[in-house]
Ligand binder design. Sequence first.
Ligand code: AHG
Ligand code: MN
Ligand code: MN
Ligand code: MN
Length: 331
Amino acid sequence: SLANLALPVGTTLDRFIMRKQLAVPYATGELSQLLRDMALASKIINREINRAGLMDITGSAGSGNVQGETQQKLDVVANIRFIRALKNGGQTCAIISEEDDDIIHTGNLNARYVVAIDPLDGSSNIDVNVSIGTIFSIYRRITPVGTPATLADFLQGGDQQVAAGYILYGSSTILVLTTGDGVNGFTYDLSLGEYILSHPGLSQPPIGQIFSCNEGNVLDYPVSVQTYLQTCRQQRLTGRYIGSLVADFHRNLIKGGIYLYPPTVKTPNGKLRLLYECFPMAFIAEQAGGVATNGPIRLLDVAPDNLHQRSPLFIGSAEMIRQLNGSGDVG
Ligand code: AHG
Ligand code: MN
Ligand code: MN
Ligand code: MN
């Protein structure tokens, strides 16, 4: 049928989503609407980011979040925009965000989906005009429709994600999306105000030349990770680290590479957050043929017990993760 045809480069995100929906018998269009709401909010954020220096929205917001981080103004702005879009869109009953301690109830009791979000990833890069992003993860709720969502809806486990994606506000803006059926990238065409399919069927090269980690922490990494990084240097691989997970991940997805945020003595669980950073990225990585672990186990098999819990992350080209595992116990 028409719905199952592979869609060509140049297809708009809206049409892509509609075709996907037509391919699923009895699909109600609710997830489609939710994905369109995310895309809309990201266009608004894109606009704010592009004008940040002119609008007095750089710098610290003078507040903190539950992680003990200082919030940047754009962290707060992006958070408000996404929450508003998901409330108004009507398909999301509850949200968890890096920037809010507790579950945010949207008031849409009859909605079927919950969303976990990192509204603005790479905060330390905002004020220096370096790439930043947004990361999101979508689950179908397990609590009954008509009742308030609970913690259980968010702690289902990474394999229960129905969709995940990120937006990279980079040299161009790109939205990368999976609904469990491969990974597609849509570049934002500002003149049309539309995301356009530019990277269909993304697959991560099984081996690459790039390793990405915060070198400043290396002496605190597990010995096996230090050993692996030493072999990367001996092989004259390329070290690349932006400090925005979205940007580091995206580069490695396209070119082939490995990203590491290991545990350290000070931070035994690493830094990245499981529900709205690690899970969505792991889902996307696997859908593109890559691998994600927390060291000892497959990342998507980690059982969450807390909204804001952290996890070590090793993610990227399958063969490179295999080599890392070969250098010993990374847990
Ligand atoms: P966020 O800006 O959403 O708080 O995330 C920051 C994360 C991630 O984007 C990045 O890869 C990592 O922190 C960088 O951490 P280090 O500065 O410790 O390398
Ligand atoms: Mn933060
Ligand atoms: Mn982040
Ligand atoms: Mn963030």
